[in-house]
Ligand binder design. Structure first.
Ligand SMILES: Nc1nc2c(ncn2[C@@H]2O[C@H](COP(=O)(O)OP(=O)(O)O)[C@@H](O)[C@H]2O)c(=O)[nH]1
Ligand SMILES: [Mg+2]
Ligand SMILES: [Zn+2]
Length: 304
């Protein structure tokens, strides 16, 4: 039996890449359909083959994690692409991306694009925000103000993070995900906002997920999405996704403190003293509010 990782799923075929770098076209065994198991891009699998075009996916190995949008499994790194403008930099969106990454045990990396078209004042505001995220433990790549990004710079910044990893590029539509990947490897020729306009096809693109080989790693370039909802996140899980809130929360009077209205809350005190930034706390409260307002899916009648 051979092992490899699914790098593409299309029209009932699964394309499996081995450690040696060869790709095999396979079909899944009927047993998967019978058991309603869908192999995912990113899955490590066992397979057999007659030829490179005729293989059989035999077994899915245990998944470390999986995302629904995009449908990818075993992700090591989530690169969150945030533009300085067009669309505007937004900490509330950034925090949503961070929560979606953190809750799936994926390591986040924040990458800021479009620093070439921003005036210095706005750049410095974003730089201060980036410093805050670095201080609470996140890796942030913020290219210099006014700099037109070259392939070598991107490579220097990203290679050590990406090499040997399964990576998802995420971020709002228009943030510059495809542009960044094209700059790393022009052969990819991924469609960007500009190219889809010039082709006159509007925004209609096929949405199959594919892992592409870049900088020694495998990357999924996702179509942009701006609304992220959390349907199964609990309050306690949310706290774990905000490292500085979790850390300060150890000093709260109540162990079960959710840092909203409880007395002697160390988190609220830290916000007052500005060691936790106000926007982070606000973003936390917004998400907490969404969790509390969420209708229970499986709750019995009369239960809250
Ligand atoms: N000035 C500038 N424009 C960029 C940069 N990155 C992307 N863009 C532009 O932003 C638009 C959206 O980029 P695209 O890569 O399609 O974004 P995606 O939706 O995240 O894949 C395109 O018109 C790009 O040319 C950048 O670093 N600087
Ligand atoms: Mg794109
Ligand atoms: Zn508290």
């Amino acid at each position: 039996m051979h092992t490899g990782q699914i790098i593409k799923a299309l029209s009932g075929f699964y394309y499996i890449k081995t450690a040696g770098g060869k790709t095999y076209q396979t079909r899944a065994r009927g047993i998967f359909r019978k058991n309603k198991v869908t192999p995912l891009v990113g899955d490590y699998v066992e397979f057999s083959f007659e030829t490179e075009q005729e293989g059989r996916l035999e077994k899915i190995l245990e998944r470390k994690n999986s995302l629904i949008r995009p449908a990818v499994s075993n992700i090591d790194l989530g690169v969150i692409i945030m533009s300085t403008k067009n669309p505007d930099f937004s900490t509330s969106l950034l925090d949503r991306f961070l929560v979606s990454v953190e809750k799936n045990d994926i390591k986040p990396l924040i990458y800021v694009t479009k620093t070439d078209i921003i005036e210095e004042k706005k750049y410095n505001e974003i730089k201060t925000i980036c410093e805050y995220y670095r201080n609470i433990g996140y890796s942030v790549i913020l290219p210099a103000c006014g700099e037109t990004i070259k392939r070598e710079t991107i490579k220097d910044n990203l290679e050590s993070f990406i090499n040997g990893k399964t990576v998802v590029f995420m971020g709002q539509s228009g943030a510059g995900k495809s542009t960044l990947l094209n700059k790393i490897d022009a052969k990819l020729n991924l469609k960007t906002a500009e190219t889809s306009k010039s082709l006159g096809r509007g925004k209609h693109t096929t949405r199959h997920v594919e892992l592409i080989s870049v900088l020694g790693g495998l990357i999924a370039d996702t179509p942009g999405f701006s609304a992220i909802q959390f349907d199964d996140l609990t309050q306690q899980e949310l706290i774990l996704c905000f490292p500085e809130i979790w850390e300060n929360g150890k000093e709260c009077r109540f162990k079960s403190c959710i840092h909203l209205n409880e007395p002697n809350c160390a988190v609220k005190k830290a916000v007052e003293q500005e060691s936790i930034s106000e926007y982070r706390y606000k973003n936390y409260v917004t998400l907490l509010d969404e969790i509390q307002k969420r209708k229970p899916k499986y709750g019995k009648k009369g239960e809250k």
